[in-house]
Design a protein around this ligand. Structure first.
Ligand code: ADP
Ligand code: MG
Length: 362
């Protein structure tokens, strides 16, 4: 199938209100040609609304939407050349697999041998070659979702939109399909906008992630940057675990429990900040172990240890009483368990990240 026909998407100042609710609040977003971009956000954050604006089912109150250089706001859905897969994959139950996949071709006047050839090719892409004659009701959930995918790619759309396409599947199948979808994207190369509320799914699949909340894009970045350099507390809390410690930069220095901290980025101007600590980035040092340069050292006492199988979660207190969580992998030395025990913690300077203080504008 074609891989030279993907298009960039440019969304500028797109707003959609329902009564007093801003489902989308002046959204600006540029999606590169061939990119796999994920919209990640909690329920009600505006993900589906943005996808339906792209598809043409929702007309925004204002703003501009371009595919390549062409303004799309007034173009009807069937003329936008986008493939779509939704959570409830809505196959035609009375039709065969091939009948379902051929449907978008039929709408575009492609029939007969040409249709049959393209249907079989699309089925092969989703690893359902030879399944064309089966009834949809003879398929598993994962197979049905792949039929829905084949139906979306069969007409070689330049843009693919997917709204929580895996959320109805069980965990194992979901993880398998995540990898398959990603591989399919590598093969076909169409610009893809993928919606999920599942942070791990977003981290696994995406070239970039747009974190959305309250109809506003909070951060647009690579998975690694989103995780390691979140723009604010909302993003940090939504993705991964963290402890937040309110601190003050004063006289060009940052102190935590009486100890100076080095930070990943140059220190901001004096004033309140929020220190973000990922539990798995803190490490309990062995007795007299020297982590070497590039680490902040923190003295602490152990409050409690919770065994969680693949790792243990340690509750620790710094010398000024600040509480932190430390995740300790279940390999190497066993995690300490004696409450009151003195610990030394290492935190890489690269993982010492300051966020805007609570109450700062997002
Ligand atoms: P998400 O897909 O992230 O869960 P939605 O885009 O569906 O969020 O919804 C965003 C906001 O817009 C929510 O507050 C939702 O209640 C509201 N909303 C969405 N569609 C409609 C509608 N057709 N009528 C009224 N409110 C809507
Ligand atoms: Mg939704």
């Amino acid at each position: 199938m074609a891989r030279n026909s993907s298009l960039p998407i440019t969304i500028a100042q797109v707003t959609k209100t329902y009564g007093k609710v801003f489902a989308l609040d002046h959204v600006d977003l540029h999606i590169k040609s061939g990119e796999f971009l994920t919209l990640l956000g909690p329920s009600g954050s505006g993900k589906t609304t943005l996808l339906t604006v792209l598809a043409g089912f929702t007309r925004p109150d204002g703003g501009s939407l371009k595919f390549g250089d062409a303004e799309m706001i007034t173009v009807p859905p069937h003329k936008r050349d986008v493939g779509m897969v939704f959570q409830n994959y809505a196959l035609f139950p009375h039709m065969t697999v091939a009948g379902n996949v051929a449907f978008p071709l039929k709408l575009r006047g492609v029939v007969g041998a040409e249709s049959a050839r393209r249907v079989e090719r699309a089925l092969e892409m989703v690893r359902l070659g030879g399944y064309g004659a089966r009834g949809v009701d003879q398929l598993s959930g994962g197979q049905r979702q792949r039929v829905a995918l084949a139906r979306a790619i069969v007409f070689e759309p330049r843009i693919m939109l997917m709204d929580e396409p895996l959320s109805a599947l069980d965990k194992q199948l979901r993880e398998h399909m995540q990898i398959e979808l990603r591989q399919l994207h590598e093969q076909l190369g169409m610009t893809t906008v993928y919606v999920t509320h599942d942070q791990r799914e977003a981290l696994t699949m995406s070239d970039r992630i747009a974190v959305i909340n309250g109809g506003r894009i909070m951060q647009l970045d690579t998975p690694r940057r989103i995780y390691e350099r979140p723009a604010n507390r909302f993003v940090a809390e939504f993705i991964g675990e963290s402890t937040f410690v309110p601190l003050t930069v004063a006289a060009g220095r940052l102190m935590l429990a009486g100890q100076p901290l080095q930070t990943a980025e140059p220190l901001p101007a004096d004033g309140p900040r929020l220190l973000m600590l990922r539990p798995e980035r803190l490490r309990v040092l062995a007795h007299s172990e020297d982590p070497g340069p590039g680490f902040n050292l923190l003295a602490a006492t152990l409050a409690a240890t919770v065994y969680q199988g693949d790792s243990s979660l340690l509750q620790v207190a710094l010398l000024d009483g600040t509480r932190l969580q430390v995740r300790s992998a279940s390999i190497g030395a066993a995690a300490p368990t004696e409450p009151g025990r003195a610990l030394r913690l290492a935190l890489a300077v690269q993982d010492t990240v300051l966020l805007p203080p609570d109450g700062a504008p997002a």
